[in-house]
Write a protein that binds this ligand. Structure first.
Ligand code: PEP
Ligand code: MG
Length: 576
């Protein structure tokens, strides 16, 4: 038995047989043709394109509308394959240089591939994977090779690989591929998004799992904790079998409750929104019943470079349209530290979490924030959008950010471009100074979003990503409860919305406490919506208030946790 830990990117537990994704090498050597065969070679190319188009169309039909992201990927592949410019380049190589169709195709596509790969923008460089996919598809068709489909098997399969391109992902049959364990990637990688869209457990960033596993081994993938266990012993297997069954049953039951309102027994309506990192996750959020997007982390747009205003605008406009009237809270650039953006942050910092990150970076590079704000404002005419500034630690920073917003608004007005001039503006309350001054901030913003992930880190001086001090990272710490209670209270007194978007709000154990502290708006990971909603629907606000009152008297996290656990058991005996 061997255990590896990676980044959990899609929840759930799966036990299955490892299938290692092989790399199909279709590299083409230099090959020329006789001049008299030119027309036949062009015809061969056109026939291959027609076959690939048919293959893609069949795949689109197979997936139907069940998986919108897959459909989008396939449709973009079909568009690339039939692009007249691509045909022209290939045909002229066949005609003028007498290159074989395969060789011409490889040269042209690899040229594009290289250019895309080097692009700074993550969005564009991700397109290089799509190019590799269509190259493989066209070469297979030209060489008369069948797609080496992974064989269907009796048991559930855990797909293990170095990486999973969108083209590979869409050929997988979700009836038997039940989990991913992948060497590379993070929360925003294609694999992560696909796994969340397919709603199967996935762990990425496992470094060399594809070398450790040769195929056929029993593997456990725990998409909650990021653990991957190879060849588990019988005791571990038993344990995870139990967890997998209860997790599956639990979600199946919850899925039936999606249409029910998030309302307490005594009639308080709670707003339950979702946190997303990529706009492609919107449909998962809506599927699980989100009332809006309470936190859209926009860092993925910057991961490999700086997006221009147009890319921002197109992305936001599409997200707003997909939400069909439900609100979207766009958080401005929060790069740095755990969300590292090499180019912009620039150079080494001894304390990146306390360094030039997030809004601080935006003050040093105002154009970064201005481009984003201009795009958000332009998109604001398409639906309800709110702006959320991260890492605000002082009133000066808030005023500085607002001044930049005003400048951008004035520019749009001068240019005669329409925008919502009353766009709600809020701050992440994630630095203790902002929490302590919440009553002052509340006079100058429209809403608060409490970021407990950072608030805990900065208040307790515990690095949120350091395993060695993970035991000190305590959401139930009395100091955290005091800060959170103070912010909720300040918001209530000033009549502004207060939401919590840190992971604490996704953890059902804290739902009763947060409701009792007066929280009426949660923003959680999409998959947590039904669990939190179920709890809300079984609770009574008077009981929640009593729990919160008691918790505020405790002096340690342990006391608080033990008390909440006992109350949750008492009020919700069937909640596991
Ligand atoms: C937080 O800090 O709680 C938060 C929601 O933001 P992030 O996790 O993106 O820092
Ligand atoms: Mg944060």
């Amino acid at each position: 038995m061997e255990t590896r830990r990676g980044i959990p990117v899609s929840p759930g537990i799966c036990l299955g047989e490892a299938v290692v994704l092989g790399h199909e090498d279709l590299r083409i050597e230099v090959r020329t043709i006789l001049p008299e065969n030119v027309e036949a070679e062009i015809h061969k190319f056109d026939s291959a394109v027609a076959r690939v188009v048919e293959e893609i169309t069949q795949e689109i039909t197979r997936f139907g509308d069940t998986l919108r992201i897959t459909r989008q990927i396939l449709e973009s592949h079909r568009g690339m394959v039939t692009d007249p410019g691509l045909r022209e380049e290939i045909v002229s190589r066949i005609r003028d240089s007498h290159q074989s169709a395969e060789y011409a195709l490889t040269l042209v596509l690899r040229g594009y591939h290289k250019r895309f790969e080097q692009m700074e923008s993550e969005y564009l460089s991700e397109r290089s994977h799509d190019l590799a996919d269509i190259e493989r598809k066209l070469l297979r068709a030209l060489l008369g090779k069948q797609l080496a489909r992974l064989q269907e098997r009796g048991s559930d399969a855990v797909l293990v690989g170095h990486n999973l391109t969108p083209g590979e992902a869409v050929t997988l049959d979700p009836n038997w591929v039940k989990a991913f364990a992948i060497d590379v990637g993070g929360r925003t990688s294609h694999t992560a998004i696909m796994a969340r869209a397919l709603q199967i457990p996935a762990v990425v960033g496992l470094k060399n799992i594809s070398e450790l596993i040769s195929g056929g081994e029993q593997v456990v993938v725990d998409g909650y904790t990021g653990l991957v266990i190879i060849d588990p012993d019988s005791k571990t297997l038993e344990l995870y079998r139990g967890r997998a069954t209860s997790s599956r049953d639990f979600y199946r039951r919850l899925h039936r409750e999606i249409g029910l309102p998030a309302e307490t027994v005594d009639g308080y309506t709670i707003s339950l929104a979702a946190n997303i990192e990529m706009p492609q996750e919107i449909h998962v959020a809506l599927e699980w019943g989100a009332c809006g997007i309470g936190l859209y982390r926009t860092e993925f747009l910057y991961e490999k470079g700086e997006p221009d205003e147009e890319l921002h605008f197109r992305t936001y406009k599409k997200a707003i349209r997909d939400l069909k009237g439900k609100y979207l809270v766009i958080r401005t650039l929060d790069a740095g530290a755990d969300k590292f953006h090499r180019e912009a942050v620039g150079g080494h910092e001894h304390n990146p979490f306390l360094g030039c990150r997030s809004i601080r970076l935006c003050f040093q590079r105002p154009e970064l924030l201005k481009d984003q704000l201009r795009a958000i404002l332009r998109a604001s005419v398409f639906g309800p959008v709110r702006i959320l500034f991260p890492m605000i630690s002082s009133l000066d920073e808030l005023r500085g950010a607002r001044a930049m917003l005003k400048e951008v608004e004035d520019g749009l007005t001068r240019d005669g471009i329409e925008f919502n001039s009353n766009i709600p503006v809020g701050i992440m309350v994630e630095i203790p100074s902002a929490a302590l001054l919440a009553d002052i901030f509340a006079r100058e913003v429209d809403f608060f979003s409490i970021g407990t992930n950072d608030l805990i880190q900065y208040c307790l001086a515990v690095d949120r990503v350091n395993e060695r001090v993970a035991h000190l990272y305590q959401p139930a710490h009395p100091a955290i409860l005091r800060l959170v209670a103070g912010v909720i209270d300040a918001g209530r007194r000033h009549g502004i919305d207060v939401s919590i978007c840190g992971e604490m709000s996704s953890e059902p154990i804290y739902t009763i406490l947060l409701l009792g502290l007066g929280l009426r708006s949660f923003s959680v990971s999409p998959i947590s919506i039904p669990t939190v909603k179920r709890l809300i629907r079984q609770l009574n606000m008077r009981d929640a208030a009593e729990v919160a009152k008691a918790c505020q008297q405790f002096e340690t996290s342990e006391e608080t946790l033990a008390f909440i656990e006992s109350r949750v058991k008492k009020f919700l005996p069937d909640f596991s």
